[in-house]
Design a protein around this ligand. Structure first.
Ligand code: CP
Ligand code: NVA
Length: 312
């Protein structure tokens, strides 16, 4: 029987030990860049982007090159995917030619359908529902600055979007408390919230949510694909900006992060994102190291292991 590949669609695909391994391995790879270490020599990653990207594209492409492999950038506009070729057929064909597939898509189902029909590992590079790769880098940044996040309190401020959902999943796997402050009508998916049990608390006031927190996180008010809602969202989110007074009620050594790109003066004040508690650029750089740890994990470590897939 052919073994099923190990995918990375959600953080829930990882055990706590595996998530911790990825954080530690990414930090190790960051400290010791060995050009002779080429575990993916000759291997190819296909990257399918329905949406724009700076960090995700560059980190995967550079990571594959560092490891001796290569990456193909594929946009639906230039492939038959954009002309309606069935996802099932595309997944079978593309996976017969490459060693791993990374997708950034609008619909989450596109990634899960691809995974179902792919003979090689599939990585979620962001969907409307989740952005698990960013959490690997964010959690690495927290660990590098302030140590183990388990038992700490993280506060999410803003939209209950893909990043928020991945923070909820990270709270489950790494066992931290998550306070979420969202305006009415922009709450995270209730089934994702409910599955996290008492680890997650919902607020509609940023100051209350941020009190005694160890990490404050936010994201844009209008995600990719929601550009036409910008004005409406600026009104709905006006009281959900991370400012110096938000940081003041958090713990004194609290950190701030954001997946980027950011809009200074909207979801975060410039004084915060460019201030001393911000780790955004470290987290952004960590995308490279975390991606390398993930590729090694999926393509080398897990190649001969059986899959445990607890994805929703
Ligand atoms: N944070 C993030 O995923 O950035 P990109 O959209 O630039 O890939
Ligand atoms: N929530 C944002 C994240 C960008 C990395 C979006 O989906 O556009």
């Amino acid at each position: 029987m052919t073994q099923k590949p190990r995918h990375f669609i959600s953080l829930l695909d990882l055990s706590t030990d595996e998530f911790r391994h990825l954080i530690n391995r990414a930090t190790e790879l960051k400290k010791n860049r060995d050009p002779d270490f080429q575990p993916l020599k000759g291997q190819v990653l296909a990257m399918i982007f329905e949406k724009s990207s700076t960090r995700t594209r560059i980190s995967f492409e550079a990571g594959m090159t560092h490891f001796g492999g290569s990456a193909l950038f594929l946009s639906p506009r230039d492939t038959q995917l954009g002309r309606g070729e069935p996802l099932e057929d595309s997944a079978k064909v593309i996976s017969s030619m490459v060693d791993c597939i990374m997708l950034r898509t609008f619909s989450h189902e596109t990634v899960t359908t691809f995974a179902k029909h792919s003979s090689v590992p599939v990585i979620n590079g962001l969907t409307e529902l989740l952005h698990p790769c960013q959490l690997l880098a964010d959690m690495q940044a927290y660990h590098e600055h302030n140590g183990d996040i388990s038992g700490k309190t993280v506060t999410w401020i803003g939209d209950g979007n893909n990043m928020c959902h991945s923070y909820i999943n990270a709270a489950r796997v790494l066992d931290f408390k998550l306070n979420i402050a969202c305006p009415d009508g922009y709450l995270p998916d209730h089934s994702i919230v409910n599955a996290a049990g008492n680890r997650v608390t919902l607020f509609n006031n940023t100051q209350q949510a941020a009190k005694n927190s160890d990490l404050i996180v936010t994201d844009v008010w209008a995600s990719m694909g929601q550009e036409e809602e910008q004005i409406k969202r600026e009104i709905a989110f006006k009281d959900f900006q991370v400012t110096c007074s938000t940081m003041d009620v958090a713990n004194p050594d609290a950190l701030f992060t954001h997946c980027l790109p950011a809009h200074r003066g909207e979801e975060v004040a410039a004084e915060v994102i460019d201030g001393p508690q911000s780790v955004v650029f470290n987290a952004a750089e960590n995308r490279l190291h975390a991606q390398k740890a993930l590729l090694e994990f999926l393509l080398c470590i897990n190649r001969s292991k059986s899959i445990r897939n607890n994805e929703k």
